[in-house]
Design a protein. Structure first.
Length: 243
């Protein structure tokens, strides 16, 4: 892999600008690479060079190693003999784990929202963003708004830690979601309609319906993800994280 500064100077500058020097570097590098893998900017088999990363982010190799360790623990990257560090394939066991954890947590979130008759207006602007993403067929923008939607529901239920916990185990689940919405026609439209139904059930304070809908929403998002993941054989790319 060539030097990042020589092969992608504008990208390197963009990454450097995205770093907040007042915050821990390792955490930020981890977050950026994790998002790049989930959003398919980095596909399975893509090479990740530690020296290049340090150059792009304009940091020492210490925070890069910190990020590497977390990414390895997440199963997002792996070191191969005679090859180096590369993005791993989607792990179906981790996909299932993420689904189970997220489903359990979000069932509790919607129960609390129904029981508390919470004002759901903070969701309106997120739903509007989802609608725009749907109109443009932008599954990446929809994914980002979807993340905000579920995080905000947890906040409204006064369980923000529930979403943080789900976030910590769902990296491979999110990779499967992106793969699914990018390849299955009308998937983001179905997800959007499910969101609207969930909101209506919560407004009606129908706990049983809301929990059934959240089950369907989470489960249906992965009906074909395993087949898609196993069939994903696109050529690997070098590191280019979109900002």
């Amino acid at each position: 892999m060539k030097s990042a500064e020589k092969s992608h100077p504008s990208m390197a500058q963009g990454l450097a600008k995205g770093i907040d020097r007042s915050r821990p570097m390792g955490v930020q590098i981890y977050d950026m690479i994790r998002l790049g893998i989930i959003q398919e900017d980095l596909e399975p088999g893509a090479a990740i060079n530690e020296t290049d990363l340090a150059s792009w982010f304009d940091v020492s190799r210490t925070p890069v190693r910190e990020a590497y360790q977390r990414l390895i623990e997440d199963g997002l990257i792996e070191t191969r003999s005679k090859v180096g560090t590369v993005v791993s394939k989607i792990d179906e066991a981790r996909v299932r784990e993420g689904i189970i954890v997220r489903r359990a947590l979000e069932r509790e979130v919607v129960r609390l929202l129904c029981d508390g008759a919470v004002d759901l207006r903070p969701l309106d602007s997120i739903v509007a963003l989802q609608r725009v993403a749907l109109e443009h067929g932008d599954h990446i923008a929809f994914f980002r708004a979807d993340e905000d939607f579920h995080a905000e529901m947890a906040n409204l239920a006064e369980l923000p830690s529930a979403w943080r916990l789900a976030h910590s185990v769902k990296a491979h689940t999110d990779r499967a979601r992106i793969l699914l919405t990018g390849h299955v026609p009308n998937r983001i439209n179905a997800a959007f309609q499910e969101h609207l139904l969930i909101i209506d059930a919560i407004k009606s304070r129908d706990v049983e319906l809301a929990q059934a809908l959240i089950n369907t929403h989470i489960n249906s998002a992965f009906e074909k993800s395993a087949d898609l993941a196993s069939g994903a054989t696109r050529a690997p790319q070098k590191l280019e994280i979109k900002q």
